[in-house]
Design a binder for this molecule. Sequence first.
Ligand code: AMP
Length: 281
Amino acid sequence: MNVFQEAEKLSTYLRKRREEGIHCVGFVPTMGALHQGHLTLVKQAMEECDLVVVSIFVNPTQFNDPSDLEKYPRPIGRDMELLLESGVDALFFPQVEEMYGSNYTSTQIDLGGLDEILEGAQRPGHFQGVANVVRRLFDIVEADRAYFGQKDFQQTRVIHQMKAHYHPKVELRIVPIVREANGLAMSSRNERLSSELRDRAGFIYRCLLKLKADIPLNGLDEALFQARRCLKKEEGCVLEYLDVVHQENLQPLDQMKEGQKAVVLVAVLYGGVRLLDNLLL
Ligand code: AMP
């Protein structure tokens, strides 16, 4: 595996590989602390592309809480072992100065308001940070396909919007959520849960499944009411939002019609850890 800390060196390497006949470059951006969710994205990229680049960059501009940034796990040795085992061609592991040097300027990207609702309302500036860093990474890697997890559903819509403006040729591939045995969506932040809470945290997914089953029986309003109650009654759980929205514009739906493209998005604080999940309806 080739490891690059400098954008210029990665670009040179990729240019050479393309000259040698590589057609499809796949790209998997991550913040590290890799788990089976990330590795599933990597595996799919390996199956569908001739060469795969993974990036690990804990992007400071998308953290609105400095202590969250500070506490973010950075087990780079273990991450490198996992990527070596999975056979990726290149790891891009830049330092902050490499990404945001003196000649870098971030822009206010038109995200069509997607950055101001749901997760964006809870974390002002978060999605501008995400859109800007992914734009910068796309500039560097110039991939044909880029892989993102459905786990961060709103993020996939934000990236879609950013790419339409700046990187229309990149094909986005969205990979289904990988879950722990109890249904908890895998996340680097799960490491911060005590083992007892981690075992119990499967209730989030169970509430989503129940909501999905309840909608045709009791209607959307009643199903949402019950699902919010189901989450709030769990000890240590603070509900931030649970909403049923349109899969593309993320606008709330007030009823479910036949064939409606809907998704339920949820964020909770559990034992002080923010957990996100979603389910297509
Ligand atoms: P992160 O390192 O948290 O920025 O995640 C990097 C990529 O992995 C993002 O596209 C995430 O949506 C994706 N990802 C994280 N957790 C999961 C999961 N449990 N299942 C599928 N994809 C995931």
